[in-house]
Design a protein around this ligand. Structure first.
Ligand code: HEM
Length: 112
């Protein structure tokens, strides 16, 4: 399920002009991001913690510290992941709770 969510998210980002600014921040090859976000979300949801074990001391905020995230690109990120959550069939209330948590993280990243 996590892999399907992540694949849908990057497929949307890669194909819909509504996410063009966000796409522009990413490398041409999204395959490493598909693996990394799947691994991070697996740990974040309480599963195996490989993402953290492979990056001692890392946190998701520090992973974004050098990326110039604006309110617009943060908004594109939240809209794309919200759409992906719905598209892969994650039901409420889980969908809304996860969506709110993602929006908070993205907002924090855009504020620095
Ligand atoms: C605020 C909006 C966000 C923007 C604009 C953004 C953008 C980016 C960019 C440009 C990269 C590097 C991509 C590359 O090298 O091709 C990245 C990496 C990453 N992002 Fe985000 N991101 C955002 C929010 C988030 C959130 C909320 C999460 C987690 C729920 C997340 C998870 C990740 C992960 C796991 C990586 C890879 C880090 C690594 O491999 O060490 N991002 N992000």
């Amino acid at each position: 399920m996590v892999r399907r969510l992540v694949d849908r998210f990057y497929d949307l980002m890669d194909s819909d002009a509504a996410y063009a600014a966000l796409r522009g921040l990413h490398a041409h090859d999204l395959a490493p991001m598909r693996d990394s976000l799947t691994s991070f979300l697996t740990a974040w949801l309480g599963g195996p913690r490989d993402w953290f074990e492979q990056r001692p001391g890392a946190c998701i905020m520090s992973a974004h510290a050098k990326i110039a995230i604006t309110p617009q690109t943060a908004d594109e990120w939240v809209r794309a992941i919200s759409r992906a959550l719905a598209d892969v069939g994650i039901e409420n209330p889980a969908r809304e709770m996860i969506g709110v948590a993602f929006a908070r993280m993205a907002q924090g990243m855009a504020m620095r």
